[in-house]
Design a protein around this ligand. Structure first.
Ligand SMILES: [Ca+2]
Ligand SMILES: [Ca+2]
Length: 285
């Protein structure tokens, strides 16, 4: 064996070991979309100590997305801004070695080995939202499912897990068996409650779960107008006569009512802080 071949076989052997270690790496993704100012894409990377570092890039390049290293991997997030951003698909590309380049045969630089590619969508929340009164709605999503070899589920959700307390979904989940196709309508409606939350904006998404992969099919920007508004007290109504109650005690009573701050809006359920009724002791004759 010539010296050259010996060197080459060592290099190949060495590189095989190197890539074998890389193959131990596993990346799992939890969500494949990132909401501006909200939830990030969490990428969990499990690798051996000897595995090479991963260099992450976003394609196509964008200033709207940022990285944040975590103890388990990284987060891709979009800082909030007030401009309407594109909703195009991005790829997160992980390459072996910090520089993104590895030294190849003959000391030439060649691109680093691509280890993972994750695809996701940026959801902007600066568009024109569909306005929904809390007691109104619903927001409808049409699901058109083409036959796939896997069992597929569709769910409606927001990034905030509490949405299940505040919204009702119908159906909660839509399931298509393998090779089944069809279409259906799913809807979400904000629940009526007696809590003053104020107007809130959501990105409501239709997610598809197929073969353990989660993907965002559609998303809609909605603004929920809370029906429960802070109100203002009227002045106290005239005091009643001194009256004896069932226990034989005498009192005068006063009441006031909680009114809408303004009568322009859709508000119809005002809430005021403090009692609407009070009693003052008096002497009966
Ligand atoms: Ca934006
Ligand atoms: Ca409310």
């Amino acid at each position: 064996m010539s010296f050259f071949r010996l060197v080459m076989s060592f290099w190949i052997l060495h590189s095989e070991v190197f890539y074998k270690q890389v193959s131990c790496l596993s990346v799992s993704r939890y969500v494949d979309f990132v909401e501006e100012g909200g939830r990030a894409v969490n990428v969990r990377v499990i690798r051996n100590k000897t595995d090479p570092d991963i260099h992450w890039t976003i394609f196509p390049e964008t200033g709207s997305l940022k990285f944040r290293k975590t103890p388990f991997g990284l987060d891709v997030y979009a800082p909030e801004n007030s401009k309407v951003d594109d909703r195009k698909k991005y790829q997160l590309i992980g390459t072996a070695r910090g520089s993104g380049f590895a030294r190849g045969p003959g000391s030439t630089l060649r691109p680093g080995k691509t280890l993972v590619k994750l695809r996701f969508t940026l959801l902007d929340n600066d568009g024109i939202a569909k306005r929904l009164l809390e007691i109104g709605g619903p927001v409808k999503f049409t699901v058109n499912h083409k036959a796939s070899p896997h069992r597929t589920e569709y769910i409606l959700s927001d990034f905030n897990p509490e949405i299940h307390q505040d919204w009702e979904f119908s159906p909660v989940k839509l399931t298509f068996q393998a090779n089944q196709s069809g279409s259906a309508i799913m809807y979400a409606r904000p629940k009526e409650d007696d809590i003053v939350e104020g107007t809130e904006r959501f990105v409501l998404s239709l997610k598809r779960i197929s073969n353990r992969m989660v993907s965002c099919v559609k998303s809609k920007l909605v603004e929920v107008i809370d029906d429960d508004m802070l109100g203002v007290w009227s002045t106290w109504y005239p005091v009643s006569d001194c009256q004896r109650n069932d226990l034989g005690k005498c009192s005068r009573s006063m009441s006031r009512s909680c009114k809408n701050l303004d009568n322009r809006g859709l508000s119809s359920n005002p809430h005021c802080i403090g009692p609407a009724f009070k009693q003052v002791k008096c002497i009966c004759f």
